[in-house]
Design a protein around this ligand. Structure first.
Ligand SMILES: N[C@@H](CCC(=O)N[C@@H](CS)C(=O)NCC(=O)O)C(=O)O
Length: 229
């Protein structure tokens, strides 16, 4: 029975799962959802993920939601490089980065960039900049870690990098979209402010199957100047 992955384009949580699959070179059935068509709230999908959010996994009779849980499942279920560490120390550090990302980075990144994409920046400006400050503090921490090493934990890509990367990519995209609207979110020039984070993102983006994970609607917008969401 093949693993099915239910995901949304541009969802950083979905991106984690796609990256994990590609890094492990796992085969899967692609079940891309379209939120605007109500896919997330359909009875069929709610039977898979009662929270009506993406991503989710189905493997035969087994269903699972929550991106980190899905990464952990894939790590056990699929061959390929181990994503959750080769020693107790690595495993602990990987989980620390995942927990810190959940607690301090993920929601703040979404709060910082969604109003940019939705055109609500003017009325939400104060809240956006409050979140931006928190995201910048997290980037500063990550920058210090990556100044001395290629990956967040150990000497290979792990679930820590996979969990954090989509939020860095989302923040950068949001910053570029804001810049086009004449608003400086304080992330750019990204490589000037966060050189080690920039090199780490380049390393991830150079992975052989990275392009398969890139949000398709971002790619479409990339070739249609003026649109960034
Ligand atoms: N903690 C969940 C978060 C999933 C989540 O919030 N997904 C968003 C997309 S980024 C979603 O499906 N939102 C749709 C909605 O809230 O209706 C995970 O890690 O999978």
């Amino acid at each position: 029975m093949a693993i099915e992955i239910f995901w949304l384009s541009g969802s950083p949580y979905s991106w984690r799962v796609l990256l994990a699959l590609e890094i492990k070179q796992a085969s899967y059935v692609d079940r891309r959802l379209d939120g605007s068509k109500g896919d997330l709230k359909s009875p069929e999908y709610l039977a898979i993920n009662p929270r009506g959010r993406a991503p989710a996994l189905r493997d035969g009779d087994f269903v699972l939601n929550e991106s980190v849980a899905i990464m952990a499942y894939l790590d056990q279920a699929c061959p390929g490089p181990k994503l959750f560490g080769a020693s107790a120390g690595e495993t602990g550090q990987i989980w620390r980065f995942i927990c810190e990302c959940s607690d301090y980075l993920a929601d703040e990144t979404i709060a910082a960039v969604l109003p940019v994409f939705s055109g609500q920046l003017p009325e939400k400006r104060e809240a956006v900049f409050a979140s931006v400050e928190k995201v910048r503090a997290e980037f500063a921490r990550i920058e210090r870690v990556l100044a001395d090493q290629d990956w967040l934990v150990g000497d290979a890509i792990s679930a820590a990098d996979i969990a954090v990367y989509p939020f860095a990519a989302l923040a950068l995209r949001g910053a570029r979209a804001a810049e086009k609207k004449g608003v400086d979110l304080g992330f750019l020039p990204f490589v000037g402010r966060y050189p080690a984070v920039g090199r780490w993102m380049d390393r991830i983006e150079a992975l052989p199957r990275y392009q398969k994970t890139y949000p398709p609607h971002w790619r479409a917008a990339d070739v249609a100047p003026g649109s960034a969401a």
